[in-house]
Design a protein around this ligand. Structure first.
Ligand code: HEC
Ligand code: HEC
Ligand code: HEC
Ligand code: HEC
Length: 227
């Protein structure tokens, strides 16, 4: 009997391996692996956990709009908002600055590192194993995001608009958008709002720059814009 079960076990193991998420889709091989196993420029010298730089299972920053969050938020007062004569989101777009932890939007999570004002190792709940914030290499002089294109700074007025509602009313005002109710292809809205994570998945490694949709031929843009 035992001899007959072994091939079955082997088949199950193979099946499990086949069904598992491929390694290439994981955060492990991205610049967001800030742990000692990361291969980017900004990595820790003593923290082996990956998720902890952004999430903690306990004692997270209290906020009903964000997933159990561990990275201390920026206190930046104002990032400004996008404006143009043809932009139809002006009535709902809100400045991401000046928020406290309870009102922060998903984009504030990205800005907690990408506005370049908060140290990458500044955690609400440092790991039990270390008992203190991790030590890092590759950061800017004060532990923050190093200078370069990933350091967006505190001006979002020259970036694609975020933190505004993309709903039936906006679609009616701008027919060159695709209907937000039938968006396909992987982009994502948060409580009906466009945020940084509408276009980026911070855990993504298949497409360059964490994009939810590969932008070859501007496929990402054409997911929402019917141009
Ligand atoms: C560099 C920061 C960062 C790291 C590291 C990170 N996350 Fe996230 N995670 C985010 C952000 C930002 C969001 C909210 C935006 C979103 O949902 O895409 C999120 C959302 C989530 C969500 C809820 C939404 C969803 O997409 O399912 C889960 C679950 C999650 N992360 C799990 C993990 C796990 C597990 C790890 C470690 C293996 C991890 N994350 C590492 C930034 C990070
Ligand atoms: C998740 C959906 C989504 C994606 C993906 C997206 N956009 Fe947008 N974008 C919008 C919405 C919604 C607006 C607001 C449009 C309006 O004012 O009617 C907007 C606004 C804009 C504007 C400003 C319009 C104005 O009137 O000032 C431009 C330009 C633009 N997007 C270009 C792009 C480009 C280029 C890409 C790809 C790199 C892209 N968008 C990806 C949803 C998206
Ligand atoms: C805990 C800090 C942290 C958070 C939170 C974070 N990032 Fe990053 N991110 C980094 C670091 C560090 C890098 C690498 C910078 C470098 O090498 O110069 C990076 C790189 C990137 C890059 C460039 C990737 C490349 O291949 O060049 C993108 C895009 C990005 N992040 C988007 C996001 C978005 C969007 C969010 C929120 C959904 C987010 N990040 C949240 C720390 C963070
Ligand atoms: C409408 C889609 C969209 C939104 C919203 C968006 N991004 Fe991006 N982002 C992109 C695309 C596309 C690229 C790649 C640009 C390229 O390769 O030329 C990019 C590139 C980046 C990079 C890499 C550096 C660079 O300039 O190429 C960072 C860091 C980044 N985004 C962070 C953010 C953060 C933080 C937010 C929110 C404040 C955000 N993004 C909102 C589409 C978006």
């Amino acid at each position: 009997m035992k001899n007959h079960l072994n091939p079955l076990c082997a088949a199950l193991v193979m099946l499990a391996g086949f069904l598992a998420v491929p390694a290439s889709a994981s955060i492990v091989n991205t610049k967001h692996n800030l742990s000692t196993s990361g291969t980017g420029t900004v990595v820790s010298t003593n923290e082996s956990e990956i998720c902890i730089f952004c999430h903690t299972p306990h004692q997270s920053i209290k906020n009903d709009n964000i997933p159990i969050w561990n990275h201390n938020l920026s206190t930046e007062v104002s990032y400004g908002v996008y404006t143009s004569p043809t932009f139809d989101g002006s009535s709902t777009i809100q400045d991401l600055g000046g928020t406290d932890a309870t009102t922060a939007a998903v984009s504030n999570l990205c800005l907690s590192c990408h506005d370049g004002t908060v140290a990458i190792n500044s955690l609400n709940n440092p790991s039990n194993a270390l008992g203190s914030n991790p030590t890092m290499s590759g950061t800017g002089p004060n532990g923050e995001m190093p200078a370069g294109t990933s350091n967006l700074g505190n001006d979002l007025t020259d970036d694609h608009p975020v933190n505004f509602r993309y709903d039936a009313a906006l679609y009616a005002a701008d027919p060159s958008l695709n209907d937000p109710a039938t968006l396909t292809g992987g982009v994502r809205l948060f409580n009906g709002y466009v945020q940084c994570a509408s276009c980026h998945d911070p855990h993504e490694s298949v497409n360059p720059t964490f994009l939810r949709v590969n932008n070859t031929g501007s496929a990402l843009c054409l997911t929402c814009h019917n141009k």
